[in-house]
Design a binder for this molecule. Structure first.
Ligand SMILES: Nc1ncnc2c1ncn2[C@@H]1O[C@H](COP(=O)(O)OP(=O)(O)OP(=O)(O)O)[C@@H](O)[C@H]1O
Length: 382
């Protein structure tokens, strides 16, 4: 059992913020909803929280219709990016709030409220901060208080909308790991909204990729990163970059090279999109082998090198990513021409409406069995 979201639609005038969204969430699962700004993530969360109603579709939890339940009776804990704590209340009073405002028949005794606040503050590692006011906390501490406050009502579903959005990069990274561990120990079904790919891929059991109100793909982080289902998912998650290519029978022609196409049927296909990821653009080991690329830029980022490459026949510069160590072995300077190979390509065949009808991953045409040399795979034997 769990949560069953079926064919949700939310329309604002002519605009569909949610368009036929269906999703099953298992009990205890940690699901990230990932998409660019305006893709419908918050609209979905608001409907689950009971802050908004859909125009069509249903949401059931263990068979019970959630949409007919008042927000307060849904057992949902909410944390927003700017879900401000009450500034005039201490940390402990903020956390106790959800219990204290319950109707008196449902309100726990004062001693029970205190015990549960103490326990929650211990869990979010803020037990010594109970008497402080929000203004005396860091951003990360405030969001942990907001989480404790959301948990006080013992929710069955935790909804987190960009909870780390306003925090700086290092605090975000630390809180991600902390929240992941926290979820493991607590096991509450959690929906986490973010537009940050790393955040979603690092934290979630499953990722839901949204674009323009629709779900593009649902899968584990690895499935989505390794096998993006649509050109959008490929660009947004795997940093897939378009290459010119056309299909001729059972082959794909890209920049003068012929790649074998397996399981790619052109029925209903109106256009093809060919993508390459940064890590699949590898320098050739020998001069004169592969495609000629001019090195436009080099950036050194945390142990890897990001190279901007101008490749003849490709409109936009391509970004390649190599490890510092491998780059050191190669050593070229901005302005130099180098030879590159594509190690893998993904091809999508779409109809006139942009729906994907065929998809295939292609491997190098150069050799029957590529030879692996560290992270750079040689494409032909020496
Ligand atoms: N009340 C509203 N009236 C009109 N349009 C709305 C309303 N609420 C949301 N929208 C529109 O619906 C679309 C989806 O909004 P939503 O807030 O769900 O996106 P999001 O993916 O959460 O974006 P962000 O990451 O920027 O928060 C947007 O184009 C937004 O302008």
């Amino acid at each position: 059992m769990g949560i069953e979201i079926s064919r949700l639609r939310r329309q604002f005038g002519q605009f569909a913020a949610l368009d036929d969204v269906s999703l099953s969430i298992a009990d205890g699962e940690f699901v990230a909803v990932l998409g660019p700004s305006g893709s419908g993530k918050t609209s979905l969360l608001r409907i689950l929280a009971g802050l908004d109603q859909p125009d069509a579709g249903s949401v059931h939890r263990d068979g019970e219709d959630l949409l007919t339940l008042d927000a307060r009776r849904r057992g949902v804990g909410l944390v927003f990016q700017h879900y401000a704590l009450f500034p005039h209340m201490t940390v402990a009073q903020n956390v106790a709030f959800g219990l204290q405002v319950r109707p008196w028949r449902l309100r726990p005794r004062a001693s029970a409220i205190k015990a549960s606040v103490d326990e929650l503050l211990r869990r979010v590692e803020l037990e010594s901060f109970a008497a402080r006011y929000p203004a005396q906390l860091s951003g990360g501490q405030r969001q942990r208080v907001a989480l404790a406050r959301a948990l006080a009502i013992q929710p069955r579903l935790l909804l987190l909308d960009e909870p780390f959005g306003a925090l700086d990069a290092q605090v975000r990274v630390n809180l991600r790991r902390w929240l992941r561990e926290f979820h493991r120990s607590l096991g509450i079904t959690t929906l986490f909204v973010t537009h940050d790919q790393d955040e979603a891929l690092e934290m979630a059991d499953r990722v839901v990729v949204m674009n323009r109100g629709r779900i593009e793909q649902i899968g584990t982080p690895e499935q989505i990163y390794r096998h993006p289902a649509t050109p959008f998912a490929s660009r947004f998650i795997a940093r897939g970059q378009p290459l010119p290519g056309n299909v001729e029978g059972a082959t794909l022609r890209v920049l003068g090279q012929v790649w074998r196409l397996d399981g790619f049927a052109m029925d209903n296909v109106h256009a093809v999109a060919v993508h390459v990821r940064p890590e699949d653009i590898v320098p050739a080991l020998r001069q004169g082998e592969g495609l000629c690329a001019r090195l436009l830029s080099l950036r050194h980022v945390a142990g890897s090198v990001r190279a901007g490459l101008q490749v003849d026949g490709v409109e936009e510069p391509l970004e390649a990513e190599w490890s510092e160590r491998d780059w050191g072995r190669h050593g070229a300077a901005v302005g130099d021409s180098i030879d590159i190979h594509f190690q893998a390509l993904t091809i999508f065949g779409t109809d006139r409406e942009g729906r994907v009808h065929a998809r295939s991953e292609c491997h190098p045409p150069h050799a029957a069995s590529p030879v692996a040399v560290g992270p750079w795979r040689r494409l032909s034997a020496e």
